[in-house]
Design a protein around this ligand. Sequence first.
Ligand code: F6R
Length: 614
Amino acid sequence: MCGIIGYTGPRVAREVVVSGLRRMEYRGYDSAGVAVLGDDGIEIRKKAGKISNLDAELAQRPLPDSGTGIGHSRWATHGGPTDANAHPHVSANGRVALIHNGIIENFAALRAELEATGVEFKSQTDTETAAQLLGLEVAGGADLADAMRAVCRRLQGAFTLVAIDRDQPGRLVAARRNSPLMVGVGEGENFVASDVSAFIEFTRSAIELGQDQVVDVTADSIEVTDFNGAPAESHPFEVTWDLSAAEKAGYDWFMRKEIYEQPQAVADTLLGRFTPDGALKLDELHIPEAELQLVDKIIIVACGSAYYAGLVAKYAIEHWTRVACEVEIASEFRYRDPIITGSTLVVTISQSGETADTLMAIRHARAQRAKVIAICNTNGATIPRESDAVIYTHAGPEIGVASTKGFLTQVAACYLLGLYLAQVRGTMFDDEIRVVMSELAGTPKLIQQVLDGLDSVKELAARFVDQKSVLFLGRHVGYPVALEGALKLKEIAYLHAEGFPAGELKHGPIALVEDGIPIFIAVPPQGRDQLHDKVVSNIQEVRARGALTIVLAEDGDHEVEPYADVLIRLPKVSTLLQPPVAMAPLQMFACELATLKGYDVDQPRNLAKSVTVE
Ligand code: F6R
């Protein structure tokens, strides 16, 4: 989720690029950089930290007034947020500078190949691999666009790339696969950017590049091809949004945008997790396999939505690894004197990577000699730095205070960890792991399918604007889904909402059921007959007491039909994979209801995105 901009035309490129980066600041960043084509070749300034650090660097070491330049604000994936890892990256032969958004899955193999021929790398990024390959292509005589196409054909994963070549001034070449790229069409000047907000100050005519396309841009021309050089069709449009809408890609709230980003975010979490021979690999997990084999207890520690992601993970991890897994609210952890030994594995989950309660739990666990693995979305944050190992979720910045894509990618990352532990400990066969992985890899499409059918949920919210209380029920992994659905409503719609395990109803909560109270019920897939049938009975119990039942059930589940006042269909998946497809309707219901009530969805009262106090 980096911010990318390129410019060529009569203006001072450095100024256009830096102001574009500033307008994309909402995307989040941990470093920023600019490259321009000067009389002495490519000149670069880049700095870790805020864009103001780059401003200070530019004030101290100004760049020439060139008309062609590229700029990048980074959200680190491979390699920490340092000056050296900031973009642009220059090829060792000094020919090209390149910026990148996304993850190049096969960078390790490409890097090894280049290093074997003597190419020296200056950073730990996957991006530099593409820069080096591109530099070699142009040095071999290729035109910049041909060179870009040749490089793209070798890359796997998700990428938007933009490059300039020292010897081909006035030209930008960009490419995209599974990552956004817009061209801003000006008069006698053109722009490329990951997002129209970067250039709408200058032009509102834009072109959205299609999948696997390359665009060759000068001040007066724009040529789009596929990765083989054949002319390709792209999608021209006029930007009608104002700047604040443009930042949200036209959505009214970041939260809504982030709900719709979930298919891509989950796909990015799963990217690059296999070795060429099909084994699951977690690059960032620098804990020796022998130590993971000795683990006799797992404790997941987290707060809020991240805690609920941990509750989902417990079902999967215990099932796959046969190791006992506890899940604990971080703020309670160290005060109850938990039983931790050198063979306890503590897994912490945090989107921000700065949550004080979680951090304190990590310090306590490590003081007791436990190994700590962090699942985190923010590269270089305190929690991954203070842990023994980290798995990044690669969801891109989450700006809406209520977690959405953060939660789903945490679940996906926990599943990766569970399967990896099962592989290392031999509790699953390789082909069993591959079956689950391939189902997991299919979830982004299914989440998209759910998102495409959310109109009825939006209409549903309108019926409950004056509602005082909403309940959520689930069983097995549906239970944490119920908790997370209730949390969304509390956070942004300020409603009393509770999630319960459906089987617990009769032990008390059923007393809350009164005429007309809406109850969301997540029904497990029919494959788990007992579980499924028990939940169908629970629906009947609450309906008999006057509840209005809003039932989330898989396609083809006809048994629930007589008892559902409202039926929300979910795609067919196995039980453990239902949370990723069941969440979006609940998130959207909360978002829609809060909008109708006139609340600030992105910044709800009393809440902060990053909770750095205990
Ligand atoms: C819920 C929410 C919070 C966070 C919690 C942990 O929508 O955003 O409950 O999940 O504060 O935050 P992180 O994941 O940053 O540690």
